[in-house]
Design a protein. Sequence first.
Length: 295
Amino acid sequence: KYDRIDQVVAQLGAMPDKNVATIADTISRKFSDKQDKARAFYYWIANNIALDGKAIRSNDQKKINPEQVVMNRKTTSLGFAKLFQEMCSMGNIRCLVVDGYVKHSTEDINNRADEPNHSWNVVQLGKSPEEWYYVDVARGSGFLDKKQLQFTPSFVSGYFFPEKTLFNLDHFPDNEAWLLGAGPKGLKDFYALPVIGRGAYGLGLFKPNPVTGVIHTSIRNPVQFSFQFNGNEPIQSIELLIGEGNKQLKPAPMNFSNSGGSVNFSYQFKREDSYPVRIVVDGRDVLSYIVEATE
C-alpha cells in the first residue's frame, strides 16, 4: 500500500546536515494527501533514528527535543513521538503524543510497570472517531536486545496506522481517552495478556487464544492455540520456541489448519516447569506466553 511513498522518501536519503524544518519541508513537498505525508514522515524517522538504549535504561529524557533527536540520530520512544508530532505539525496534520505502557518480554506478563514506559502518537485525519489512527515510530524503527544495550535497525511497516484491536493488545495508554476502539478494561487486564511480537503487525493478527499470557496446563493434556489474521500472504510454517537461552529446545514445527484466515493448532508440553513459549510464523515472532506445566 505504501511502497510508492516509501521509495520516494528513501531516495531523499538521511539528510544529515538538515534541521527538522528543512527535512519536514523536503518530505512534505513530495505529497499532497495528509495520510501520505504522515506515512512519509514515519518512514523517514523510522529509517534514520535509532533507539538509545542507554537513555532508555536510565529513563533519561533530556535529549528528546526534535532538533536534538535529528542531530544525535538516536533517542527514546518519547523523542521519536515528539519528532513525529513536530513533523506532522509542519505538514498541517493534527498529531498528539500518547504516553503509556507496553510489555517488552514474557517477564512483564502480570508484572505491571510502576510508571509509563513507552510513547506513541495518535493522528487525526477527519472529524469522526474512526478517523483517529495510531502510529508507533519507535517500534517501527527496530528493537533493543533484552538488556536494552544493542539496537538492531529493523523497519516494520505495520506500526503505521495498525489495526486498532491489535495495537490495543500491545499498548495501553496512561490516559484511557486515547484508547481508540475496543481494548483491555484496565492496566491489570492489559498486563495479563500475551506479548504481541513485531511479526503480528505484518500478519494482521487478531483474536489470539489463549487470551491470557500465562497458560496453566497438565503435561497430559494438549494446549489448543488459535488466532485469526487478515494478511494477504498465506502462512507457510508455524513453530514453537520453548524455553530460552541454553534451556531453549529445538524449534517444534506445528501441524496447523488455516480456514479462511482462522489458524488452529495444538501442542502437548512434556516438561514440568514454568518457561516462555514463542509462536513463530514464517520466521517472525507473533505471540509469546508463559507456560506453567504440572503433572
